[in-house]
Design a protein around this ligand. Sequence first.
Ligand code: C5P
Length: 210
Amino acid sequence: MKKHFLITAGPTHEPLDPVRYLTNRSSGKMGYALAGAAAHEGHRVTLISGPCELDVPTGVDFIPVETAAEMYEAVKRYIGKSDIAIFAAAVADYRPAHVPDQKIKKTGDTLTIEFIKNPDILGSAREVFGYQGTLIGFAAETENVEKNARVKLQKKGCDFVVANDVSRKDIGFDSSENEVALIFAEHTEPLPKADKYQLSLDIIERALAI
Ligand code: C5P
C-alpha cells in the first residue's frame, strides 16, 4: 500500500545577526536518501529540509526552511496529512534570544550571547500536533547510544528510533555510509553498515510493517 511520508532533513540555521548563523553538523544525506528511496518506491513524500547542498530527489514535495522555528511551523502544517513521519533533521536546540538588526562588531575581548530553547519538533508530534501515524526519530549520540535512544523513544512517543554513534569517524555525519541500530520498545535491531540509500530502504520497510 502506498503511503504518505513526511521527512525532515538537514541542519537548521539560527541567525546571530544579519551575516552570521549557528548550525549543526549535518549534510542532510540521510534524510534526502530516505526521501529519495520512499519516492522511488512509489510513496508520496513531503521533504521539509533545512539548508543543504544536495539535489532534491525527484518526485518529492519540497518544503525548504532555515530555522528550527520555521521547521516547526512546516511540520505542524503538513504532519496531519502523513501516515509515516521520519525526523532525520539535526535541529538546533537553542537560538539567540535577540537577533540584532546590525552586524555584531568586534568591540570586546569576549562576547556573550544569550540563547533560548527551540521547540522540540519530534517531541511535539504526539503531544502538541496530536499525530497518530507512525513516528520515527533519530538519535545521534556520542556515548551510551542505545540507552539514550531508548529514553528518546519513550519520551517522544516514537515507534522506533534510529540510533547512531557519531563518535565514530568512518560513519555518520558527512559520510555516505552509516551503521545504525533500530531501537524498538521491546527489542533492538542492529543493521549492518551500509550506504544511506540501502539503510533507507530497510528503515522504510520497518516503518511500513508497523
Ligand atoms: O533529543 P534529541 O534532540 O537528540 O532528538 C533527536 C531527534 O529529535 C531527531 O529525530 C531530530 O530530528 C528531532 N528533533 C526535533 N526538534 C528538535 C530537536 C530534535 O525534531 N528541536
